[in-house]
Write a protein that binds this ligand. Structure first.
Ligand code: FE2
Length: 244
């Protein structure tokens, strides 16, 4: 039987329980693609790296993956930055060298065929930029310059959306571990031209306890609490909007 179901994941950010929740909600799938950001923010980067390495056929780097693997700045801004930088330093100590070298070798963009469609997957932009924040209309404008592509996948903004740019479907599956517009673990499934938006249950209490028991400074855990509470209350990550 021809494979038709492609699971599209992005921005797990060290939260395997969120990954398990979207996997339960997604049901069966034939192949999986990951659009970047395995690490930062959450308490368990190792199981996330191992699962994606073992189960995703196509994987691109996110800005936080590059930051951890290459020691460069993730270019986070504003209020989320202290949380990201503190967890990046901690995650470096949690991961094995083979996991870090795998992160280091991830491409910025990957192209592939699946189910008769031609895909491009990237983190922040199909151009390969990993850090700029682009709303859907800017991604669609970039996609109109591409040829020989049916579907463009991006992540980074942690906001789930689907648009069309002419004949090309543009999909951001949202964030598995750190959605910034709703209290749901997000993902998507491409099924023979049809897009399913996955929104699965997501809890914070266990993650909060794990962060509180970590070497992170208490102020960082309090910041994480307040940022997540803001997302759940207002359905935004706050103004001014930080990059992912
Ligand atoms: Fe991210």
């Amino acid at each position: 039987m021809t494979p038709t179901r492609l699971l599209i994941l992005s921005d797990i950010h060290g939260r395997p329980e969120a990954l398990e929740s979207v996997l339960r909600a997604a049901g069966g799938w034939d192949a999986a693609v990951f659009c970047g950001d395995l690490v930062s923010y959450g308490p368990q980067p190792g199981p996330v790296v191992d699962w994606v390495r073992d189960n995703c056929r196509w994987v691109v780097a996110g800005n936080h993956d590059r930051a951890l693997a290459l020691g460069v700045d993730p270019q986070c801004k504003d209020t989320w930055r202290p949380w990201a930088l503190a967890t990046l330093a901690w995650h470096r100590s949690l991961l094995h060298e083979d996991q870090i070298s795998w992160l280091r070798d991830l491409p910025a963009v990957t192209e592939f065929e699946f189910g008769g469609a031609r895909f491009v997957a990237a983190h922040a932009s199909p151009t390969g930029d990993l850090t700029g924040y682009r709303p859907p209309h800017e991604i669609c404008a970039l996609v109109r310059g591409l040829s020989g592509v049916d579907v463009v996948l991006t992540g980074h903004t942690h906001e789930q959306w689907v648009r069309r740019a002419g004949p090309v479907a543009c999909i951001n599956p949202g964030s598995v571990g750190l959605p910034r517009t709703l209290r749901r673990a997000c993902a998507a499934v491409w099924d023979d031209g049809r897009v399913e938006s996955i929104r699965a249950p997501l809890e914070w209490a266990t993650t909060r306890l794990q962060l509180a028991a970590s070497p992170l400074p208490p102020g960082v855990v309090d910041l994480a609490d307040s940022l997540m509470a803001h997302v759940w209350r207002h359905g935004t990550c706050g103004a001014p909007r930080p990059d992912s």
